[in-house]
Design a protein around this ligand. Sequence first.
Ligand SMILES: Cc1cc2nc3c(=O)[nH]c(=O)nc-3n(C[C@H](O)[C@H](O)[C@H](O)COP(=O)(O)OP(=O)(O)OC[C@H]3O[C@@H](n4cnc5c(N)ncnc54)[C@H](O)[C@@H]3O)c2cc1C
Length: 312
Amino acid sequence: MPALRSAFIALSRNPALRGFSESSTIGRRMSSRFVAGMEIGDVLHAAEALNAHGISATLDSLGENVATPDEARRSADVYHRLLDDIHRRGLNANVSVKLTQMGLELDPALAEQIAAELVAHAVETGNFVRIDMEGSALTQVTLDIVKRIHAGQSGGKPNRGHVGVVIQAYLYRSEQDIAELLAEGIRIRLCKGAYQEPPQLAFPAKADVDQNFVRLMRMLVRSGVYHGIATHDDAMIEATRQFVTERNIAPSEFEFQMLYGVRRDLQRSLVEQGYGMRVYIPFGHEWYPYFMRRLAERPANVLFLAKNFFKN
Ligand SMILES: Cc1cc2nc3c(=O)[nH]c(=O)nc-3n(C[C@H](O)[C@H](O)[C@H](O)COP(=O)(O)OP(=O)(O)OC[C@H]3O[C@@H](n4cnc5c(N)ncnc54)[C@H](O)[C@@H]3O)c2cc1C
């Protein structure tokens, strides 16, 4: 399986395949299981449908690296519209943002300014901005930006509680990062990690990643700060349920998070058991790298998608 995972991650970076897939009808049909649609209306509709089942949402306008500051600003405009639409429609949803989409690799100061403007908008509308975590070359700069914004103010009100970040259990550094973020009361989404990382930086074996995930989950759910435990893995979910039951930690003190279209049965069943569930809903034309990372996680999805594609 690791070879297949690497192959899908390599394909996720292939520009020719990406161009072809994103512009083809077949590609769009294949992606629709994991991507809510191409337009803002599509993602709002998907969030409404999940809200009706007691599931909250985080909305992601797909796109990763941008080539110019104008492109970064246009990416941010979509998020400003989302924050307004969420507020206007009273949706139970926040937003997830990648700093590379806000120009991090062009000009970190610009990305920080754009992210701070989004957080200011979230403060104004009573919402929250989650900064996604990308490859390890960007971990430190991402954490530094989040910490600075979290410590700041917008319109005379503190940003505290309106911005959070993501920690990846596959990185050796994550325990230390969590300790530092918790000292500042920053909300964290814990996930395993979706990028290809070298063994000098990340646990190569799934068993070690899983063990670290459980260790970090325990740090988070007992911290008194509201965090997200993001996984579709039955073993990780069971370990969380067991730990919070043993420690009398109420389900309202954290939430589970899953990706749109993945383990929908489990999403609903956890809600029925009284747990908070937030689903990450991506949308937009630039769906290809996101989609290929989902296939890398579970190559069996290729068969699943092919079967459904040919059934339609
Ligand atoms: C809400 C959310 C936000 C995320 N944000 C980030 C981020 O900012 N940065 C980052 O690097 N990664 C992010 N990820 C991705 C994450 O790092 C993992 O790559 C992904 O969640 C797969 O890990 P897993 O814990 O589900 O377990 P895995 O060990 O990958 O899988 C365990 C089991 O879960 C099920 N499963 C897992 N994936 C799928 C799938 N695609 N389809 C069907 N079943 C599946 C299967 O039963 C599988 O055997 C996010 C994930 C979620 C849920």
